[in-house]
Design a protein around this ligand. Sequence first.
Ligand code: PLP
Length: 400
Amino acid sequence: MPKLNENFFKLEKNYLFINIAKKIKAFTAEHPEADIIRMGIGDVTLPIAQCVIDAMKKGADEMAVKETFKGYEDSGAGYDFLREAVSGYYKSFGVDVPAQDIRINDGAKADCGNIVDIFGSGNTVLVTDPAYPVYVDTNIMSGRNVIFADSDESNGFAAMPDESVHCDLIYLCSPNNPTGSVYTAEQLKVWIDYAKKNDAVIIYDAAYEAFITEEGIPRSIYAIEGAKECAIEMCSLSKTAGFTGMRCGYTVVPHELTVKNSKGEDVHLADLWGRRQGSKFNGVSYPVQCAAAAVFSEEGQRQTRENIHYYQRNAKLIADTLDELGIRYTGGRNSPYIWMKCPNNMGSWEFFDYLLENANVVGTPGAGFGKNGEGWFRLTAFGDKDKTAEAMERFKKLFG
Ligand code: PLP
């Protein structure tokens, strides 16, 4: 009989969104007439830009012609045209990431989990709390010790390192899911210095970089000096270009990044990562890579930015409403997420039920993202603009 990976039993029993779905189902069964507005799950709702779809169709047509048909991609790291396009995108906001340091993937979630394959199980992993659940779950599954850095109201939900605590791996996410907070260049420099002092590696999740509006807020950790010697960066086209159903992202492991093996020799993490991907991943489909490259073209950027602006207007409307009602929150400005304090000191799940019952609005209880999320609640700006406006009218009636 095979032995089970009993680390799985250490995971939280129910995944957050399954609980939410159950509650909505039960409520709808009792109130079939209710017009529920969903501001919970962080999925996009606008269709993909036309020029991106055209590029995908062209890629698909090439697959039907003997001369242009593509089978396995040789390197598995992504076609050069896409890696170059990503590199050019970095350049557009002043960051130098060479194409050979970029590997294309089928979304950032998988790589947030996969990357741990190249690190030993004895590592201590530092995760900011609250956090995107994958960081914790994936390390629990592989039996690692996970410790937390508190993100709370006292630091604007942007946790900073405790110099007295040692760790080997650090997960950072900016703009943050769920709190919408962002790290400044100065704050990231503190993390980089801390990582170097501890010989730790930062795994930096930049999935929401396209939502940054404020001048001077870094869109990549590589905008900060010293990051290439200690940080891996993951990014995704899911929220940038509506690729949640297309599946494409990229991970950067800089060629400068080395870690010592047990013999004291420097090992390039990019080599281990390439080996890992070579063994376990066969690349992203050619038409999807064609579509992804089109996102980074001038026209692709123009069209996809229109969608981002649509969501940003929703975020502003939510933030303005909370300002008007005197409800505290973070995010909304450089992020599609608004992280609000539950009114009247309600707990996260209590507020979830209250909002569902009294306003027929669904959000995500902050407690599902970690202990510091208790008493907080995540709203997303990814919905329809009229529905978002209607939800905010219901907020005004309820809390005004
Ligand atoms: N990272 C963060 C912080 C996210 O919120 C998400 C998706 O919600 C992802 C990564 C995963 O994105 P992808 O669709 O590329 O797997």
